[in-house]
Design a protein around this ligand. Structure first.
Ligand code: ATP
Ligand code: MG
Length: 200
């Protein structure tokens, strides 16, 4: 079985995440994609991040209509800073040995893959599906992909329709009182309103 992993802060989850996962799933013929919200993101330590349970609830609501997308709480349950290497070790234990893991990452993450803790261990445990994001040049992206390949990563650039959305932009729009219906599923927007998120 080929299993996709979509890791992220998901603060909040948006159509960019969903469409990247759909495109990679189709392109690499994955059986399903497991969305894993990060617990305490090590690379966002000095930024304010919404509490894990709310990010999890928004993601759960967003995935409700997608039968082949699932959510995992492995990272939000693990104490301390979250590292992919610990998650991959856990997934290796849970899934049958013949399961191939494809970690889906955007262009921004490709560029910093070699800053991940024990990245060489990650490279042994999974392959990567890399997607371009608006704001990132294709030449630079492909160069980064080649660099990670040279470091030992099994990484595939996947062509997708680019969706110009980021969680940062959504948080900014909410703060400014602008609409976000084009960026997140209705159920996610409802939680943002109900929980009064991103207002300050
Ligand atoms: P923030 O602005 O808070 O960093 P984000 O939109 O980048 O949020 P993350 O949760 O940080 O979302 O990203 C999780 C994963 O999804 C990363 O691999 C990221 O590159 C990817 N990703 C996020 N948005 C897009 C998008 N619009 N298109 C493709 N990939 C995306
Ligand atoms: Mg990001």
């Amino acid at each position: 079985m080929k299993l996709g992993i979509m890791g992220g802060t998901f603060d909040p989850v948006h159509f960019g995440h969903l469409s990247a996962a759909e495109a990679v799933k189709r392109s690499l013929d994955l059986s399903k994609v497991l969305f894993i919200p990060t617990g305490n993101p090590a690379h966002k330590r000095n930024k304010r991040v919404t509490e894990a349970l709310l990010r999890y609830k928004m993601l759960e609501a967003a995935l409700y209509d997608y039968t082949e997308f699932e959510i995992s709480d492995v990272e939000i349950k693990r104490p301390g800073s979250t590292y992919a290497v610990d998650t991959l070790r856990e997934l290796k234990k849970i899934f049958p040995k013949e399961t191939r893991l494809f970690y889906i990452i955007g262009a921004d993450v490709v560029a910093e893959l070699d800053s991940w803790k024990e990245y060489e261990e990650d490279f042994k445990m999974c392959s990567f599906a890399a997607v371009l994001r608006p704001g990132y040049h294709k030449e630079k992206f492909l160069k980064d992909v080649e660099k990670m390949k040279a470091l030992g990563a099994d990484i595939f650039p996947v062509e997708t329709a680019q969706v110009d959305i980021s969680s940062s932009e959504i948080r900014k729009r909410v703060k400014e009182g602008l609409g976000i219906e084009k960026y997140v599923p209705k159920a996610v927007e409802k939680i943002i309103v109900k929980e009064d998120l991103y207002k300050n």
